[in-house]
Write a protein that binds this ligand. Structure first.
Ligand code: SF4
Length: 312
């Protein structure tokens, strides 16, 4: 599987990205990074003391209307072009900068390059666990290609309801396409232990409750409890940040939140649950800046800023 007839995600565009063609993800085979640095907004076991070592890739095969990274996922922000060797060096520099993990954000459409860069980084001394942080919109053959290099999956399961998927993710079929991905991960990982002293491993499923879609979330929780609660962990997020151009979404009520907590208890699901107002995020990152996030959340990687300056 490579870029010449791209089938890395279920969009199956079959374009030749090596010749500059682009599919729904909007990217050729040239690796483009929007930002890299330490970030302290991830779940505690992979954030550590100083932060998770983030690498945000430009482009995305999904077009979620609420995406906080809209600027880089859909709006065509160019970012910085890197070779596979530079991507490997970036990982090692994140380790030198104090990262607790290497966190690859939306790398789906760059899987062949990332699968080459990680072993190079290991040869250069990279010891950190690798986190695959994605929407789950990979084809199973593409997942098989990257899986040998991944320690922890942070996988979104946005919804199993095609109407909700169409409204919020821009693709009704996402609701069906996520199922084989989760089945693959279940076969691969029988246990998730993010606190293992030998290093975190397994699958952390992230689910964001969409406004007005509590029933779809309850259906998802039942499905998760029936199939995945013994092998995965759940991170339930309740703070939907409305898109800038469409701020008119209702906030979750306390009664709705309480019913979610009751459902988690009833279904005996463990994991992380966001508080209703704790660490409420009211900002959208601006990737045109060297520091797109509030300073308390993130530190840009000097090596990345040097690359950015050198290639400007
Ligand atoms: S990664 Fe997905 S969206 Fe991008 S070209 Fe390949 S099949 Fe299409």
């Amino acid at each position: 599987m490579d870029y010449s007839c791209c089938e890395l995600c279920p969009n199956m565009c079959k374009v030749d990205r090596t010749k500059g063609q682009i599919g729904r993800c909007g990217q050729t085979s040239e690796i483009r990074i929007a930002w890299s640095g330490l970030h302290r907004g991830e779940e505690p076991p992979i954030t550590g003391e100083k932060g998770s070592g983030m690498i945000f890739f430009c482009g995305c095969p999904l077009h979620c209307q609420y995406c906080q990274n809209y600027q880089i996922s859909q709006k065509g922000w160019d970012g910085v072009s890197l070779s596979e060797d530079e991507l490997a060096s970036l990982m090692v520099e994140l380790q030198n900068f104090g990262a607790a993990s290497i966190n690859l954000v939306t790398g789906t459409h760059y899987i062949p390059s990332i699968a080459n860069a990680i072993p190079k980084a290991r040869e250069m001394g990279l010891r950190l666990p690798i986190v695959w942080n994605s929407s789950g919109y990979e084809s199973v053959p593409a997942l098989k290609m990257i899986d040998p290099y991944i320690d922890v999956y942070l996988i979104d399961v946005k919804t199993l309801d095609s109407c909700v998927a169409g409204k919020f993710c821009g693709l009704e079929r996402y609701a069906k396409d996520i199922v084989p991905v989760m089945k693959f991960l279940k076969r691969r990982y029988s246990v998730t232990d993010l606190e293992d002293p030998k290093g975190p491993h397994g699958v952390l499923v992230r689910h964001l409750v969409f406004p007005g879609c509590l029933t779809a979330t309850m259906d998802f929780l039942q499905w998760y409890a029936d199939n995945f609660k013994d092998c995965c962990q759940l991170s339930l997020m309740v703070q939907f940040v409305p898109p800038l151009e469409n701020p008119g979404f209702e906030k979750m009520t306390q009664d709705e939140y309480d019913s979610l907590i009751d459902a988690l208890d009833r279904l005996e699901i463990d994991g992380f649950v966001q508080e209703m107002d704790e660490n409420e995020i009211l900002w959208i990152p601006d990737f045109r800046r060297d520091q797109p996030f509030p300073e308390s959340f993130a530190d840009p990687l000097p090596y990345f800023l040097d690359l950015k300056k050198g290639k400007a």
